[in-house]
Design a protein around this ligand. Structure first.
Ligand SMILES: [Zn+2]
Length: 234
Protein backbone atom coordinates (compact mmCIF):
# COMPACT_ATOMS: atom_id res chain seq x y z
CA UNK A 1 0.00 0.00 0.00
CA UNK A 2 1.28 3.40 -0.85
CA UNK A 3 1.83 5.57 2.19
CA UNK A 4 1.65 8.98 0.58
CA UNK A 5 -0.66 11.40 2.32
CA UNK A 6 -2.02 14.37 0.50
CA UNK A 7 -2.82 17.29 2.72
CA UNK A 8 -4.94 19.75 0.89
CA UNK A 9 -4.46 23.37 1.77
CA UNK A 10 -7.51 25.54 2.40
CA UNK A 11 -8.18 29.24 2.63
CA UNK A 12 -8.42 31.09 5.92
CA UNK A 13 -11.95 30.62 7.35
CA UNK A 14 -11.80 34.19 8.72
CA UNK A 15 -10.78 35.79 5.44
CA UNK A 16 -13.18 38.56 4.43
CA UNK A 17 -12.16 38.48 0.79
CA UNK A 18 -13.00 34.87 0.03
CA UNK A 19 -14.98 33.92 3.17
CA UNK A 20 -12.75 30.91 3.59
CA UNK A 21 -13.26 29.35 0.19
CA UNK A 22 -9.72 30.23 -0.87
CA UNK A 23 -10.90 31.64 -4.19
CA UNK A 24 -12.08 35.03 -5.38
CA UNK A 25 -13.77 36.08 -8.60
CA UNK A 26 -12.37 38.95 -10.55
CA UNK A 27 -13.32 40.70 -13.75
CA UNK A 28 -10.41 40.57 -16.12
CA UNK A 29 -9.57 41.15 -19.72
CA UNK A 30 -8.37 37.97 -21.36
CA UNK A 31 -7.43 38.93 -24.92
CA UNK A 32 -6.23 35.40 -25.46
CA UNK A 33 -9.83 34.24 -25.09
CA UNK A 34 -12.08 37.21 -25.91
CA UNK A 35 -11.14 40.47 -27.52
CA UNK A 36 -12.13 43.59 -25.52
CA UNK A 37 -14.52 41.76 -23.22
CA UNK A 38 -14.01 41.43 -19.51
CA UNK A 39 -14.72 38.01 -18.14
CA UNK A 40 -15.02 36.66 -14.62
CA UNK A 41 -12.05 34.60 -13.62
CA UNK A 42 -11.61 32.54 -10.52
CA UNK A 43 -8.35 33.27 -8.69
CA UNK A 44 -6.63 31.90 -5.64
CA UNK A 45 -7.11 34.28 -2.72
CA UNK A 46 -4.07 35.78 -0.95
CA UNK A 47 -4.93 33.78 2.18
CA UNK A 48 -4.76 30.53 0.21
CA UNK A 49 -1.45 31.53 -1.38
CA UNK A 50 -0.08 32.30 2.08
CA UNK A 51 -1.34 28.98 3.49
CA UNK A 52 0.18 27.10 0.57
CA UNK A 53 3.50 28.78 1.14
CA UNK A 54 3.40 27.95 4.85
CA UNK A 55 2.54 24.35 4.03
CA UNK A 56 5.51 24.15 1.69
CA UNK A 57 7.81 25.65 4.32
CA UNK A 58 6.62 23.26 7.03
CA UNK A 59 8.52 23.66 10.30
CA UNK A 60 10.51 26.65 9.03
CA UNK A 61 7.41 28.69 8.10
CA UNK A 62 7.67 30.70 11.31
CA UNK A 63 11.40 31.37 11.02
CA UNK A 64 12.71 34.91 10.70
CA UNK A 65 12.83 36.33 7.18
CA UNK A 66 16.26 37.05 5.79
CA UNK A 67 17.19 39.27 2.88
CA UNK A 68 19.86 36.89 1.66
CA UNK A 69 21.55 33.63 2.57
CA UNK A 70 24.93 32.28 1.65
CA UNK A 71 23.41 28.81 1.68
CA UNK A 72 21.54 29.48 -1.58
CA UNK A 73 24.76 28.78 -3.50
CA UNK A 74 24.92 25.30 -2.01
CA UNK A 75 21.65 23.93 -3.35
CA UNK A 76 22.64 20.75 -5.15
CA UNK A 77 25.67 20.18 -2.94
CA UNK A 78 26.39 18.23 0.22
CA UNK A 79 27.11 20.63 3.05
CA UNK A 80 27.75 20.29 6.75
CA UNK A 81 26.38 23.33 8.50
CA UNK A 82 27.22 24.47 12.00
CA UNK A 83 24.74 26.97 13.37
CA UNK A 84 21.86 27.26 15.80
CA UNK A 85 18.49 25.84 14.80
CA UNK A 86 17.00 29.31 14.89
CA UNK A 87 19.56 30.82 12.51
CA UNK A 88 19.68 27.79 10.24
CA UNK A 89 15.89 27.67 9.91
CA UNK A 90 15.89 31.28 8.71
CA UNK A 91 18.50 30.48 6.08
CA UNK A 92 16.62 27.39 4.98
CA UNK A 93 13.40 29.38 4.71
CA UNK A 94 15.12 31.92 2.48
CA UNK A 95 16.56 29.16 0.26
CA UNK A 96 13.24 27.37 -0.10
CA UNK A 97 11.44 30.58 -0.98
CA UNK A 98 14.08 31.66 -3.46
CA UNK A 99 14.51 28.48 -5.44
CA UNK A 100 12.22 26.46 -7.62
CA UNK A 101 9.88 24.44 -5.48
CA UNK A 102 12.14 21.53 -4.91
CA UNK A 103 10.82 18.42 -3.20
CA UNK A 104 12.49 18.13 0.17
CA UNK A 105 12.25 16.45 3.55
CA UNK A 106 13.46 17.69 6.91
CA UNK A 107 14.54 14.85 9.16
CA UNK A 108 15.63 14.98 12.78
CA UNK A 109 18.16 12.36 13.78
CA UNK A 110 15.92 10.94 16.52
CA UNK A 111 13.17 10.40 13.97
CA UNK A 112 15.62 8.65 11.70
CA UNK A 113 16.05 5.90 14.28
CA UNK A 114 12.28 5.44 14.56
CA UNK A 115 11.98 5.26 10.80
CA UNK A 116 14.74 2.75 10.32
CA UNK A 117 13.31 0.40 12.90
CA UNK A 118 9.78 0.73 11.61
CA UNK A 119 8.53 -1.52 8.85
CA UNK A 120 7.70 1.43 6.67
CA UNK A 121 9.93 0.51 3.75
CA UNK A 122 8.08 2.94 1.51
CA UNK A 123 8.97 5.89 3.75
CA UNK A 124 12.57 4.73 4.03
CA UNK A 125 12.84 4.59 0.25
CA UNK A 126 11.24 8.03 -0.06
CA UNK A 127 13.86 9.48 2.23
CA UNK A 128 16.76 7.87 0.38
CA UNK A 129 15.48 9.04 -2.99
CA UNK A 130 14.10 12.47 -2.04
CA UNK A 131 15.86 15.13 -4.17
CA UNK A 132 16.82 17.25 -1.15
CA UNK A 133 17.11 16.10 2.45
CA UNK A 134 17.88 18.29 5.43
CA UNK A 135 19.16 16.22 8.34
CA UNK A 136 19.19 17.96 11.70
CA UNK A 137 21.52 16.48 14.30
CA UNK A 138 21.48 16.80 18.06
CA UNK A 139 17.90 15.82 18.83
CA UNK A 140 18.48 12.43 20.41
CA UNK A 141 18.57 12.74 24.18
CA UNK A 142 20.30 9.44 24.97
CA UNK A 143 23.14 7.36 23.51
CA UNK A 144 22.04 4.98 20.80
CA UNK A 145 24.64 2.73 19.24
CA UNK A 146 22.73 2.35 15.99
CA UNK A 147 22.34 6.05 15.23
CA UNK A 148 25.73 6.91 13.66
CA UNK A 149 25.54 3.80 11.49
CA UNK A 150 22.05 4.65 10.27
CA UNK A 151 23.06 8.22 9.45
CA UNK A 152 26.08 6.91 7.57
CA UNK A 153 23.95 4.46 5.63
CA UNK A 154 21.45 7.12 4.61
CA UNK A 155 24.10 9.61 3.52
CA UNK A 156 26.11 6.99 1.73
CA UNK A 157 23.11 5.77 -0.25
CA UNK A 158 22.12 9.30 -1.14
CA UNK A 159 25.64 10.20 -2.23
CA UNK A 160 25.91 7.10 -4.40
CA UNK A 161 22.63 7.96 -6.14
CA UNK A 162 23.63 11.59 -6.65
CA UNK A 163 21.14 13.13 -4.20
CA UNK A 164 22.27 16.02 -2.07
CA UNK A 165 21.90 16.47 1.67
CA UNK A 166 22.35 19.34 4.06
CA UNK A 167 23.39 18.23 7.54
CA UNK A 168 22.99 20.77 10.31
CA UNK A 169 24.21 20.73 13.87
CA UNK A 170 24.34 23.38 16.56
CA UNK A 171 27.19 21.67 18.39
CA UNK A 172 30.86 20.93 17.79
CA UNK A 173 30.28 17.59 16.11
CA UNK A 174 33.95 16.85 15.55
CA UNK A 175 34.73 17.00 19.28
CA UNK A 176 32.73 13.80 19.66
CA UNK A 177 32.08 14.64 23.31
CA UNK A 178 28.51 13.91 24.37
CA UNK A 179 27.54 13.78 20.71
CA UNK A 180 25.26 10.77 20.50
CA UNK A 181 25.36 10.70 16.71
CA UNK A 182 29.17 10.80 16.55
CA UNK A 183 31.34 8.12 14.98
CA UNK A 184 34.80 8.41 13.43
CA UNK A 185 33.33 7.00 10.21
CA UNK A 186 30.80 9.84 10.04
CA UNK A 187 33.43 12.35 11.07
CA UNK A 188 35.56 11.25 8.09
CA UNK A 189 32.59 11.40 5.75
CA UNK A 190 31.67 14.94 6.79
CA UNK A 191 35.29 16.02 6.51
CA UNK A 192 35.92 14.48 3.09
CA UNK A 193 32.61 14.59 1.29
CA UNK A 194 30.79 17.60 2.72
CA UNK A 195 31.55 21.28 2.35
CA UNK A 196 31.80 22.90 5.74
CA UNK A 197 29.68 26.00 6.28
CA UNK A 198 29.46 27.93 9.51
CA UNK A 199 26.55 30.23 10.19
CA UNK A 200 28.13 31.42 13.42
CA UNK A 201 30.28 34.07 11.79
CA UNK A 202 27.37 36.38 11.18
CA UNK A 203 27.09 38.06 14.55
CA UNK A 204 23.99 40.00 13.65
CA UNK A 205 22.02 36.86 13.03
CA UNK A 206 23.26 34.82 15.96
CA UNK A 207 23.14 37.56 18.57
CA UNK A 208 19.72 36.71 19.88
CA UNK A 209 20.35 33.02 20.32
CA UNK A 210 24.02 32.85 21.24
CA UNK A 211 23.51 33.39 24.94
CA UNK A 212 20.74 30.93 25.46
CA UNK A 213 21.32 27.19 25.53
CA UNK A 214 20.27 25.48 22.35
CA UNK A 215 17.11 23.47 22.55
CA UNK A 216 16.21 20.66 20.22
CA UNK A 217 13.95 21.74 17.41
CA UNK A 218 10.41 22.62 18.28
CA UNK A 219 7.75 20.69 16.49
CA UNK A 220 9.95 17.67 16.36
CA UNK A 221 7.93 15.55 18.70
CA UNK A 222 5.94 13.84 16.01
CA UNK A 223 6.95 11.27 13.54
CA UNK A 224 9.18 11.81 10.59
CA UNK A 225 7.75 14.76 8.79
CA UNK A 226 7.17 14.38 5.15
CA UNK A 227 5.93 17.87 4.66
CA UNK A 228 6.06 17.74 0.90
CA UNK A 229 3.37 15.19 0.56
CA UNK A 230 1.11 17.90 -0.55
CA UNK A 231 -0.24 18.98 -3.82
CA UNK A 232 0.48 22.62 -4.28
CA UNK A 233 -0.99 24.82 -6.93
CA UNK A 234 1.40 26.87 -8.98
ZN1 LIG B 1 -9.12 34.51 1.41
Amino acid sequence: MKSTNYNFVNGDPNCKKCKGTGYVHKLEKRPDLYKDVEITVCKRCDCLIKNEQDAYLGIVAGAKDLKSSKLIDYLGKNIFITGTNEVFNSHLKYCLLNSKRIRYQIVLDNNLIDLWFSDDVEKQKELVSCPFVILKLGNLGYPNQALPGKIFELLNERTVTGKFTWVQTYRDFHSGQNIHEYSSELDTMFTNKFIKVSLGADKKQTKASSNSPQKPDQGSAGKLRNINDRILGS
